[in-house]
Design a protein around this ligand. Structure first.
Ligand SMILES: *Cc1c(COP(=O)(O)O)cnc(C)c1O
Length: 349
């Protein structure tokens, strides 16, 4: 299908014909603004660092990301967390009560929540027992109103990534958008699919500064896609969706390449330690392999163990109600001290 892909077949009719909001600052992109007087946006003129509206296109942040990820700035959209980016995808491409999306449980809960908010049918095709996409079943679920397939890889809560063959097959054979959520990609040995942007016009990748980059508090989500897809999302995004403090903080942190790398290495080391220690906990029945900063384990009685840990002041995630996840718990890798405490408490139970 590659060549026959046309973004106009996917965009909602109202989005196609609408005129985007033009913010005061939109009109001055590219100008040398240093000596200009801005009396256009009804801001308070007294400087305090954040009295002006932020750059609606976040060009300084995008410039750094473009360089680091080897993509063009017009292939990047930033949002108030990945959650906003994912919501924009629904609002740009899915006609409420008509279109549908495909998600692959057990997976990140926000895809289903966003489908509900946007009145879009969510067709759930369970992963296989080894947590891989069931390609034949996915293909069978696709119809002319299927706009997006969500692939979370590495997947939350299972921790594994999806086979390259399965992902490539969907990219090549599905004429809607294949959205790959790479929130945990920096903890994996796998390369990001962002290297394949020029190969697949229907590829959308989301990443975040919330996990490996240690900035969950600033809310910065990233979308990489073709310039055509990005321009559709730009058309509907709130004009100032990434605030000034977030842009500044992100820029600072993105410059700390070595520090981030070291933290990731350390989290992965701690993950491996934790995996070993879990082998010695007698009520742990299965430890799933992981390429993320968390570990999914099957225990004898998840509700019981979850309650016992809470009572000891340790909060983890009980995933027992998720399909294929009966009696599982998801443990985030913490600091060395936190992990040692966790193991100590688990041993005592
Ligand atoms: C944590 C997580 C995110 C991050 O969401 P933000 O809104 O960017 O914090 C995205 N996708 C998955 C699968 C996650 O687990």
């Amino acid at each position: 299908m590659g060549n026959s892909f046309d973004i106009n077949n996917l965009v909602r009719e109202n989005v196609k014909i609408m005129k985007p909001y033009s913010s005061a600052r939109d009109e001055f992109e590219g100008f040398d603004t240093a000596d200009m007087i801005f009396l256009d946006a009804n801001e308070n003129p007294f400087e305090n660092g954040v009295n002006r509206y932020p750059d609606p296109q976040q060009m300084s942040v995008k410039a750094v990301l473009a360089k680091q990820k080897n993509v063009k700035t017009n292939q990047i959209l930033l949002g108030n967390g990945s959650d906003e980016v994912l919501d924009l995808l629904f609002r740009a491409f899915c006609e409420p009560k008509i279109d549908n999306v495909i998600t692959l449980p057990p997976t990140y809960g926000m895809y289903g929540v966003l489908a509900n908010i946007n009145a879009v049918e969510n067709r759930e095709i369970l992963l296989s027992k080894d947590f891989q996409p069931e390609i034949e079943k996915i293909i069978a679920a696709i119809d002319e109103n299927t706009k997006m397939i969500f692939l979370c890889s590495p997947n939350n809560p299972t921790g594994n990534s999806f086979s390259d063959e399965a992902v490539a097959y969907l990219l090549q054979n599905f004429k809607g958008l294949v959205v790959i959520d790479e929130a945990y990609i920096d903890f994996s040995k796998k390369e990001s699919w962002s290297n394949e942007l020029d190969e697949y016009p229907n590829l959308v990748i989301t990443q975040t500064l919330s996990k490996a980059y240690g900035l969950a508090g600033i809310r910065l989500g990233i979308c990489y896609a073709s310039a055509e897809i990005i321009s559709v999302l730009n058309k509907i995004k709130p004009p100032y969706n990434v605030n000034e403090l977030t842009q500044k903080r992100a820029l600072d942190r993105l410059g700390d390449v070595e520090k981030i790398k070291n933290e990731i290495v350390s989290i992965i080391e701690q993950r491996e330690q934790l995996l070993k220690a879990l082998l010695n906990i007698n009520f742990v029945e299965k430890i799933y392999s992981t390429e993320a900063n968390f570990i999914l384990v099957k225990v004898d009685d998840a509700n019981k163990r979850y309650g016992e840990l809470i009572a000891k002041g340790i909060v983890i995630r009980n995933r027992t109600t998720q399909p294929l996840c009966e009696n599982t718990l998801r443990l985030t890798v913490g600091t060395e001290q936190e992990n040692m405490k966790l193991i100590e408490v688990l041993k005592q139970l």
